[in-house]
Design a protein around this ligand. Sequence first.
Ligand SMILES: Nc1nc2c(c(=O)[nH]1)N[C@H]1C(S)=C(S)[C@@H](COP(=O)(O)O)O[C@H]1N2
Ligand SMILES: [Mo]
Length: 436
Amino acid sequence: MKKKIGIHQLYSEDPVKADELVWGRQSDPDSRRGFLKKSGLAAMGMVLGGTVVFAENMPAGLIPAGLLDLAQGSPIPGKHPDLIVLNDKPWNIETPAHLLDDEVTPADKLFVRNNGLAPEKIDVAAWTLTLDGESIPEPVVITLADLKSKFKHYTYRLTLECGGNSRAEFNPPAKGNQWANGAVGCSEWTGVRLRDLLEYAKVKKDAVYVGYYGKDKHLNNDPNKVVISRGVPIAKAMEDESLIAFAMNGKDIPLMNGHPLRMIIGGWPASVSGKWLTRLSVRNIVHDGPKMESPSYRVPCKPVAPGETVKDEDMCIIESMPVKSLITYPKSGAMITSDKVLKLRGHAWAGDKEVVDMHVSIDFGATWQKCVLKAPHNRLAWQRWTADVKFPQKGYYEVWAKATDSEGISQPMVVPGWNPKGYLNNATHRIAIKVQ
Ligand SMILES: Nc1nc2c(c(=O)[nH]1)N[C@H]1C(S)=C(S)[C@@H](COP(=O)(O)O)O[C@H]1N2
Ligand SMILES: [Mo]
């Protein structure tokens, strides 16, 4: 069941609280007069398409009229109004496939997956990153300013996909956010290499895993409870593209995507890319932070029948994500005329591997047409594919898209490998086309 939360619903429960969430408005409980900070004001201006001239007169808890037409939209500042809200506590927001058409996913179209409450106050000037753990001789604290000025910067486009993306298609259903296909994106990240930081902190030879800690708060507000602390084996941490990023698409990372500092690990479930990063714990064992334990972000080590119960010890940690693709143009349901060639487009990716082949079918998988496929901009970036398709007669069609990775593994046409938590569904993406 999809839970969509529109702006009205958000405001109906507690408009003043909603205001605080949406715009960061701090309200005076006595006068109910809103006080908007500069950032909230700027966000409001951006969403409404112009500076709010008399903002200081705006009562707290008032839904801007300019937002009313955006009804079902995402109420998060800086996020496109057509993103779909699956949950608001915590925020889980996905991007419809047709909004993922850009080669580089813009900030307003990158999905949000929070496990807890995003930090409310970010003090960039006071932000530090600590490196500690069994495999670091002496804990090291680096200020954000030093991290930016003392280490070499690298920029990569990296595909981030939630391990639970496309969960909605599993049957029997798996609990959790019922993502359709839009918990994925490929933005351009700038930061320092995780490897450079580890070497600076004199990482020991016995290092096994790098675990992250972020500044978000547990849903129950308990400051001592860690929301999520996952990470990657040392070999993945040492790769060129494993970044500690402070910028996305040449700007500050959006608040909901981890501003001012986050880990970015392309090709692996995005849950290993820690947001609001404050600490890296370099472990001499497989990291054991919250949500590393079974069954979180794990799948059965051996395939199981749909609905089967799997023991915790028979679940294995997800590493590289499987081959997958999206049709990003046209939007599902598009109507075209029968004399037209339809120019389809999308992206394909394959975890740590590359996509080497891309096909589409308009006859429910009976025959497949080869697509034009571009090389990735850099390793671990998704790849653009295009195809010119003609439809033989008027009627309803489905376009199915199928990518094949460098090991010859293709996307399945039916939902693969049912698993208790509903991870790793990489079945072919399907859209509807009506030819008139
Ligand atoms: N600190 C922190 N990091 C986090 C999370 C979180 O809840 N807290 N969620 C993880 C999960 S499950 C995913 S899919 C990605 C989502 O990244 P995004 O919100 O920038 O799209 O962040 C990961 N990093
Ligand atoms: Mo995730």
